[in-house]
Write a protein that binds this ligand. Structure first.
Ligand code: TXA
Ligand code: MG
Length: 323
């Protein structure tokens, strides 16, 4: 866990234009001073992230929102009051102090208050809003441990704060609540069912490839280096043995039959929250297991399970399109 001195040093690195990777409750973020265009540019460079993919700005406290952006629509303020700190990202108008590079030129800014004590102390000590995408190279698996950040980004980051494994393990839910009916731009750690208890019915827009609406929702994303596929519907993946091929299996709760080179079980008790928390870690391990292919079993399509399946489909899509 980061000591106070480490946090103070990291805060000063942020203030002076450096890059700090830090834990949030969702995944590790790659932070830079969001009011400094050159610092934000370093994020895009370190991640090899296309400039059309906007960043999320992180604040230390709910009370920091209005001083930064001015009045926000009542529906947005209500969601912030209810779910922050927490895994919900909201769209607001981009304030003038945030340079356009942060929002990829969009008139809106995505913002959230993470539910992680180190993250909030870091941002408060820096005294600036912190732009932070997930701390991985663009399109690859998100980091849920400090070692994932070091492995993926290494020397490109000035400081990596180690806060242990992240609690949720999957990114925040992104919602545009400025209009009549809220629109979910990215499924995430806050289940749609929880959101709807407050807002009533929402529209889910998964976003389509190439649209700058929520590029985390690009069809192909979150991919391991190893080809990943979902088992064909209705066909039990009974055997891992395919001549000449080493295969890994990502299971929800039951170990698969057959002879697999590597198996990861997300939750033996069938708990979706635990499955989400372990998803990227399990994929990182399967990716390192030296297999030729990963077969990933979908989880029940409810609660945070929808976000888990969303990530699996996007990981699989990578291997059916780009690769
Ligand atoms: O849980 C999370 O949200 C993590 C932690 C670090 O906070 N961050 C994260 O950032 O997942 P990133 O960059 O991997 O994904 C941010 C997503 C991107 O898909 C981006 O396009 C979308 O947020 N986004 C940012 N600003 C937006 C905007 N103004 N309108 C629509 N989508 C936006
Ligand atoms: Mg990401």
């Amino acid at each position: 866990m980061p000591a106070d001195g480490d946090l103070a040093e990291a805060a000063s690195v942020l203030r002076t234009g450096g890059l700090v990777a830090f834990p949030t409750e969702t995944v590790y973020g790659l932070g830079a001073n969001a009011s400094d265009a050159r610092a934000a540019a370093r994020i895009f460079e370190a991640k090899a992230r296309p400039s059309f993919d906007p960043l999320i700005t992180h604040l230390a406290d709910v009370a920091d929102l209005e001083p930064l952006v001015g009045a926000v629509p009542p529906a947005v303020a209500a969601l912030a009051a209810r779910f922050w700190p927490g895994p919900l990202t909201l769209l607001v108008d981009r304030p003038a102090v945030i340079p356009p590079i942060v929002t990829s030129g969009l008139a809106t800014m995505a913002v959230r208050v993470p539910d992680n004590a180190y993250a909030r102390r870091l941002i408060a000590a820096a005294g600036v809003p912190v732009a932070a995408p997930s701390a991985n190279r663009f399109g690859q698996l998100s980091p849920t441990r400090a070692e994932h950040v070091v492995r993926g980004l290494g020397g490109a980051v000035d400081v990596v704060l180690d806060g242990g494994p992240t609690r949720c393990g999957i990114e925040s839910t992104i919602v545009d609540a400025r209009g009549e009916r809220p629109v979910v731009l990215r499924l995430g750690a806050l289940p749609v069912e929880e959101l709807e208890k407050v807002t009533g019915p929402v529209t889910i827009r998964p976003g389509s490839s190439g649209q700058p609406v929520a590029p985390g929702a690009l069809a192909a994303h979150y991919a391991p280096r190893t080809p990943l596929r979902l088992p064909a519907a209705g066909v039990a993946a009974t055997s891992g043995s395919v001549p000449g091929m080493l295969r890994g299996y990502l299971a929800f709760r039951d170990r698969p039959a057959g002879d697999w080179t590597a198996v990861e079980v997300l939750s033996v008790s069938g708990d979706l929250t635990e499955a989400a928390a372990r998803l990227f870690e399990a994929l990182h391990r399967l990716d390192a297991a030296g297999v030729d292919e990963i077969v990933a079993e979908p989880v029940p399509e409810t609660g945070v399970g929808r976000a888990v399946n969303d990530r699996l489909r996007r990981a699989a899509a990578t291997w059916h399109s780009a690769n």
